[in-house]
Design a binder for this molecule. Structure first.
Ligand SMILES: Nc1ncnc2c1ncn2[C@@H]1O[C@H](COP(=O)(O)OP(=O)(O)OP(=O)(O)O)[C@@H](O)[C@H]1O
Ligand SMILES: [Mg+2]
Length: 477
């Protein structure tokens, strides 16, 4: 159930305001900065403040989800929410993330608290101790904030056997729904009766993680029972918003939906690396560039494996202006290979000087054999236009290998000849390329994409295209 901040603002009571002042603004554990160290100031911005005030005078506030993209201030909220209760003696709070590595990672709530609570100079008699074996911070009054993770049964047993006033989850969508549902059973008074507020507060950016369905049911769907607050990078005045947003804008569509827009309802209208629209935008009319501007020209080759695969050749040009053009392609089946390869290579040498042909070496010996064979077949053309013929072993999966090419297309410096043969096929292969081997098995081998990838990666390692184009774009501003 999405919370509207302006409506919420109307409902804030005096008692809530006073509790907020006492627990947060006057809380010694939360750094408020001073004249000497103004950068240590933790100052909740408008939306954070409203979240911190909402129901804060209640002993049993509602379950809460705070969602948002990258740098929106989620972990900061977790740190503030846990530290606010350190003023209550014998408080027990727990901060949880999926794995150990994640819960202690830099920038997370635990990392922030470590910086705040161990600062002797600032805290003096309020300085807290950390017990790294048992994983908790302890204030001088006995209040503790534990931190833990839930990807091992032993750790989960430990959590089950302990009671906490509050559980705070970092990046909840990474944790399976049944665990998220179970955890609140460990929320109960630590020792007999006391009046410390008990709560279950989760933060998360959207993802395809195993907790998403449960989060939808509890917080995100229209008729869900609990409160969902959103934060956004643009609300956060403590970071260089424009610079961060630019960085996020370079990510793939799905990562942008999650990290830049905090969108929980994203359905891919394209592949994981690119949308169809981005591919269409990358098209260029050959009249718009000049083959004489070519600095380096190469052909990437993906040799057919068994079955109904094709051998694919993609011709790629690197131009003076820093642009890369996917210029030509041919798909071949074995019977007519030699003549057609010859013909295709000859055609490229007529457009511009050809520098290199590069083969993808996959497991099995077919490529080695093919390389020898090709060298022989092409030796005549080589005499007129010298080019090297190389073979390069490939590492990582097809998806990872295609990433740099997709980056170039998204950022406008890799263009695709509008009239390139088999254009639709390339588009389709970009739609289904996926890091999951099982998914890849359901599709034909993405031969065109592979040949473009091998050629592009070879160019990229020679010219460091991404850095070069970042510089050009900077200079154009
Ligand atoms: N109220 C605040 N006062 C001071 N700094 C803040 C505040 N809220 C957020 N920040 C700063 O903004 C940055 C991003 O905040 P935070 O790490 O909480 O974001 P996040 O949403 O958890 O991001 P990520 O997606 O990286 O986990 C941090 O440098 C943090 O210190
Ligand atoms: Mg965070």
């Amino acid at each position: 159930m999405l919370v509207n901040y302006d409506k919420l603002n109307q409902t804030i009571t005096e008692s809530e305001q006073q509790t907020y002042i006492d627990e947060v603004l006057r809380n010694p554990y939360i750094p408020h900065g001073n004249k000497k160290e103004p950068w240590k100031k933790v100052d909740p911005f408008y939306e954070q403040m409203l979240i911190l005030m909402d129901e804060c005078d209640k002993k049993y506030p509602d379950y809460k989800l705070i969602s948002g993209g990258a740098f929106s201030g989620k972990s900061q909220m977790t740190a503030i929410m846990a530290a606010r209760y350190l003023i209550y003696p014998n408080y027990r709070g727990l901060i949880l993330r999926n794995t150990y590595k994640q819960v202690v990672s830099s920038g997370g709530a635990v990392d922030k608290l470590r910086g705040w609570l161990g600062d002797k100079k600032r805290l003096g008699k309020y300085t807290c101790k950390e017990n790294k074996t048992e994983m908790f911070f302890e204030a001088p009054n006995g209040a503790r904030i534990y931190y833990s993770y839930c990807d091992t049964p032993e750790q989960m047993d430990k959590i089950r056997g302990t009671s906490y006033h509050d559980i705070f989850i970092e990046e909840a969508s990474e944790i399976p729904g049944d665990i998220l549902e179970f955890l609140p059973r460990s929320i109960r008074p630590h020792r007999g009766k006391d009046y410390i507020p008990e709560g279950y507060v989760l933060n998360s950016n959207p993802s395809f993680g195993p907790g998403v369905d449960w989060l939808h049911k509890m917080f995100l769907d229209e008729d869900s029972p609990h409160k969902h607050y959103t934060l956004d990078l643009m609300m956060n005045p403590f970071v260089d918003r424009i610079a961060y947003d630019k960085r996020l804008a370079e990510m793939s569509p799905v990562q942008q939906a999650f990290m830049r827009f905090g969108d929980w309802n994203y359905v891919p209208d394209g592949g994981l690396l690119l949308t169809r629209e981005q591919l269409e935008e990358a098209e260029i009319d050959p009249l718009e560039f000049d083959y004489n501007d070519t600095i380096f020209s190469l052909i990437g080759v993906d040799i057919a494996g068994e079955g109904d695969d094709y051998t694919s050749l993609t011709s790629i040009l690197y131009l003076k202006n820093g642009n890369v053009i996917l210029d030509d392609n041919i798909l071949l089946n074995d019977s007519t290979l030699e003549e057609q390869v010859k013909h295709f290579v000859e055609e490229q040498t007529e457009k511009t000087k050809l520098n290199r042909i590069i083969f993808e070496e996959e497991g099995g010996g077919s490529a080695t054999y093919a390389l020898k064979h090709f060298k022989h077949v092409l030796s005549d053309i080589q005499k007129k236009n010298y080019f090297s013929v190389k073979m390069k072993p490939v590492r990582k999966n097809k998806f990872e290998r295609a990433r740099p090419l997709a980056y170039g297309i998204r950022n406008g410096f890799v263009r695709i000849n509008k009239f390139i043969p088999n254009k639709q096929l390339l588009q389709n292969q970009f739609m289904y390329v996926n890091p999951d081997k099982q998914i890849m098995k359901k599709h034909k081998s993405p031969d065109f994409l592979d040949s473009a990838t091998i050629g592009y990666n070879s160019l990229n390692s020679m010219y460091n295209l991404e850095e070069y184009n970042r510089k050009i774009r900077r200079n154009n501003k």
